[in-house]
Design a protein around this ligand. Structure first.
Ligand code: BDR
Ligand code: CA
Length: 314
């Protein structure tokens, strides 16, 4: 199996991503590292613990990440309700968060992997504060990273939090800058990709009809995710942002990428958090990312349907 660490800020779409990863034996989930993002850290940690329990994967350790972004004041998500999980109320977690911090976990795990000449894939589903701080503290961890598959940014597509910026990058643009300028291989699933996969009401009905034990919870979470904004998205439903990271790992044939150099704006007021791709080699700098430009939306929906149907027996 592919060893991964899931860095996240659950979050409704983070939750769908985690639930998909939990039933995928091709993945060896070494840890979940919630960060301050859609909600304050206390909440994203609690949600991560609850989601591990919902998915019956309580053996996966959860490490609390950074309490605040590297430099800016925190901003929180807008489409995840009061608790980060919409109107869904999950039982209080029995599982406890690990004593070690997410940053220490990342550093220790990646250094140990590098010593064995192994590499770990980092899935980033939220602001990239944890990974950036770990890189700042121990740059040698780059040796233990296979690649970073991240959801965030907006290239040809406008932003979703400001005119120019996508939430995960805007929430910690300095962290995104640190990660993109490090030289680690990056696969970028930006709004350009995620807006191609709308989770529509008819899909929600299909998902909940196959997912057995978790069907009611899933239906509730997914129904909350409907933006009901046909003008913006071309249909009802909500974009399946974070789950695409897991789909990309397991079904890369459903995605097309283009290599380019990515720059992150972290100074301008108007364009703070904007991700800029050098599509035509104007910067004279080498590409640092594979940006997903095309997604087979039907294929991806079918992929999630099959994966989540595994909860019927779990
Ligand atoms: C990203 O922002 C968050 O609200 C979602 O969980 C996703 O990671 C989309 O812009
Ligand atoms: Ca997220």
């Amino acid at each position: 199996p592919i060893p991964i660490i899931v860095d996240c800020d659950p979050g409704i779409d983070d939750t769908i991503a985690l639930l998909t990863a939990f039933v995928s034996p091709e993945l060896d989930i070494l840890g979940v590292t919630p960060v301050c993002g859609n909600q304050p850290l206390e909440r994203t940690v609690r949600n991560a613990l609850q989601v591990c329990e919902l998915g019956r994967r309580t053996e996966i350790p959860v490490y609390a990440g950074c309490f605040r972004p590297m430099f800016r004041e925190p901003i929180y998500g807008q489409f995840h309700g009061q608790t980060g999980l919409g109107n869904t109320v999950l039982p209080d977690p029995v599982k406890a968060v690990e004593k070690k911090s997410a940053v220490d976990f990342l550093i220790d795990t990646l250094i140990a992997a590098a010593a064995l000449r192994k590499r770990i894939t980092i899935c980033c589903l939220g602001p990239m504060t944890n990974v950036a701080v770990a890189l700042r503290m121990s740059p040698q961890i780059a040796e233990g990273i296979e690649r970073i598959v991240m959801m965030g940014g907006a290239y040809r597509e406008p932003g979703n939090r400001t005119m120019t910026a996508e939430f995960n990058v805007l929430a910690d643009p300095h962290a995104a800058h640190v990660v993109f300028s490090n030289g680690i291989p990056i696969v970028a699933l930006a709004l350009d990709a995620t807006h191609q996969v709308m989770l529509k009401p008819e899909h929600v009905a299909q998902f909940s009809s196959v997912s057995g034990r978790i069907s009611e919870t899933l239906a509730e979470l997914m129904a909350f995710w409907d933006r009901n904004d046909v003008r913006r998205y071309g249909s009802r439903g909500g974009p399946l942002h974070d789950p695409l990271v897991i789909a990309y790992l397991l079904a890369p044939h459903l995605f097309k990428t283009e290599r380019a150099r990515v720059f992150v704006e972290y100074e301008s007021e108007l364009c703070m958090g904007q991700t800029v791709a050098d599509w035509y080699g104007k910067s004279g700098q080498e590409p640092n990312a594979d940006i997903v430009t095309r997604v087979d939306a039907e294929g991806v929906i079918a992929f999630f349907l099959e994966r989540l149907s595994r909860y019927a027996e779990k």
